[in-house]
Design a protein around this ligand. Structure first.
Ligand code: GLC
Length: 446
């Protein structure tokens, strides 16, 4: 899979910035993005044929690890016999997520819903013999969770699709424009169905790197979707026609410059269910990654890969529940918050309330004793432990009345209030956070 990383990186470099830049001044754009920005956590679901043998989603045949014929034999094993969409949605809700994004169709072309286009779908050709997408969307809606539909633009099983690699390079678009048009009608037909059936709040495209915007008719796709729902949000993988950036697998070290972004990440090393992949991140590590996203002003889209019978692997279930314990206790520091302050002032992640008058400090590890805040110009009105309520005392050192330097704030943090995963302190200020950023020199009078 490594060889595609380069392409993905170049791809993401080329598209979105200009488009997102042009949108920045548009207040309708910002208002439609609001729920997404406030939501912070979404659950990604990769569910498809690949769960049967526990192999890479689509890429396993693309990369030649298995033949396409053998890959499709998994249709017989995709039973969904223990599938409980209500249970899935309950678990997602419990995790603290505010939305979910599910693979309606991955690059392999296998559709989870009853599509009239093409014949590779769960109803007609899999052992499940049922539309497995509709009941899930319904369950999400019933729980007030926003609905995201993942859709792969490339369809490596569709006979009239063409791409760049040996396996799917069937013809050149310039040589057979009619054939490409047939594919365009096919995928646009599926999009229209998905729109009509589910009215998604968010579209999560993938695989745009295989063609340019013109070939995909990306502009037309965007305007058709927005005509149907002006508030729909489109991810960036649409050749410059998207609304937010999608860093993948790497929690950003430096805050992404795009105004809206969402890190998508796996719990182990696979998007879909793989029996062999036990390299799970611990709940602690997942909480850390999530805190990183919140403090840098982005979202986390955390993936699960259900089994072919529809059950969610117990390791994944456990992570969702543990995460849920942490998010429900600390909700005030998560939802609707803004990115935090520079690390110079606190050696850890932070977030701010919308009016910037509450500074949330995320205390990682087994901290005990004193927590330091540096160069805070505001007066502190109160400090409490989020989800626990204990009030904390603080004192200020290195502050003398003849100097503008605001001093060092030390907050006492007793062991008893520490959270199992990450303790959060709320620092209520006398107004919007005000930070001292000057260089200190000699004081000529005192
Ligand atoms: C990549 C892969 C795909 C996966 C997606 C999720 O684009 O092609 O397999 O579904 O990332 O972000």
């Amino acid at each position: 899979m490594k060889r595609f990383v380069g392409i993905i990186l170049i791809g993401s470099f080329l598209f979105s910035p200009t488009f997102l830049g042009a949108q920045e001044k548009d207040s309708a754009y910002h208002s439609k993005m609001q729920w997404f920005k406030d939501a912070k956590l979404g659950i990604f679901i990769h569910w498809g044929l690949y769960a049967v043998d526990g192999i890479d989603e689509s890429w396993s045949f693309f990369n030649g690890y298995i033949s396409h014929d053998d890959y499709l034999k998994q249709l017989k094993g995709f039973t969904a016999k223990n599938y409980d969409p209500e249970y899935w949605a309950d678990l997602i809700k419990e995790s603290g997520a505010r939305y979910s994004v599910i693979t309606s169709k991955h690059h392999d072309g296998f559709a989870l819903w009853d599509t009239k286009y093409g014949d590779l779908n769960a109803v007609q050709h899999s052992a499940a013999k049922q539309d497995v997408l509709t009941p899930f969307v319904k369950a999400l809606r019933e729980r007030d969770l926003n609905v995201g539909i993942y859709y792969s633009l490339p369809d490596w099983s569709y006979a009239d699709y063409t791409g760049h690699t040996k396996l799917v390079s069937r013809y050149k678009i310039g040589d057979e424009p009619k054939r490409w048009n047939k594919f365009l009608k096919y995928y646009q037909g599926q999009m229209a169905e998905l729109q009509k059936k589910y009215h998604p709040d968010l579209w999560w495209f993938d695989g745009d790197w295989e063609h340019n915007a013109e070939e995909w008719q990306a502009g037309k796709l965007r305007s058709t979707l927005l005509e149907a729902n002006p508030n729909a949000i489109l991810n960036s993988r649409l050749r410059g026609k998207g609304d937010y950036e999608t860093p993948e697998q790497g929690p950003p070290v430096v805050r992404p410059s795009a105004p809206y972004w969402e890190l998508c990440i796996t719990m182990n090393d696979s998007w879909g269910f793989q029996h062999n992949d036990m390299n799970y991140k611990t709940p602690q590590q997942i909480v850390d990654i999530f805190v990183d996203c919140v403090s840098k002003g982005g979202n986390l889209l955390l993936d699960i890969g259900p089994k072919a019978d529809g059950t969610i692997p117990k390791e994944q279930e456990n992570i969702l529940r543990e995460l849920g314990k942490w998010t429900s206790k600390h909700h005030e520091a998560i939802y609707g918050t803004e990115k935090g302050i520079p690390y110079d002032h606190y050696y850890g992640p932070t977030a701010l309330s919308k009016d910037k008058s509450i500074l949330y400090l995320f205390v990682q590890g087994d901290a005990n004793g004193q927590i330091a805040l540096k160069g805070l110009k505001n007066k502190i009105n109160r400090i409490w432990v989020v989800g626990n309520g204990t009030k904390l005392s603080h004192d200020i050192k290195s502050k003398v009345f003849w100097n503008a330097y605001p001093g060092l704030t030390y907050i006492d943090l007793p062991k008893e209030v520490l959270d199992e995963y990450c303790t959060v302190l709320a620092v209520l200020l006398d107004g919007p956070v005000d930070l001292y950023r000057e260089t200190v020199g000699a004081i000529e009078s005192n």
